[in-house]
Design a protein around this ligand. Sequence first.
Ligand SMILES: [Zn+2]
Length: 218
Amino acid sequence: MLQSYKCDKVCSGLVVSGSGEPVNNFNLQILRTDVSGMPMEWVNYQDAVRLYHIEQVAYTCGERLYVVRGGINARSGLRSQIEVHSIIATQGSNRSLHDSYIPPLNNRALFKRDANMCMYCGQQFTRRDLSRDHVRPLSQGGYDDWNNVVTACKRCNNHKAGQTPEQANMQLLAIPFTPTHAEYIFLQGHRVLADQMKFLLAHFPRTSPLHKRFNKLA
Ligand SMILES: [Zn+2]
């Protein structure tokens, strides 16, 4: 179903929550997908409204997050409004993201990939107590890429120092892996809503370790 809106002065519009109450939490992210439903990126509600406004939204899924009210239409005398849902599919597709995509490596996404868990002692920590460990150390020819890095608490990382797990007599609890594009979108999310989580999980590879690590959140 194609939803189109004619709406003026969107930026000065009133924003209310999906239930009709005015909201001041504009931080909820909206998951944008391509027209085939492939997850693309997170957008804020202003970007989502813009996409509705230029009629780029092909269809929506998920719950209604915001209702943005625009100006009064001179011809109809009605106030225009745009309903922003948690997942919006936009026109066009980007098939190049399906294959051989390698997301940029950063600690925030890395720690989330490993569910904030030290991959040596198995305990969970806050982000500031975690570090990036190179399973095969850089000094021994290891690479700084997703398949050679794991989350480690600072204590375990110090103990391991410039050694491989075997040399340090430490057991690695899970094999590191490179996230797919859909997995990376999830890892970048700040506050992933339940319906967005469910949607993203359905796009993860069947064998993804993230199913086990995050399924309970969906
Ligand atoms: Zn540890």
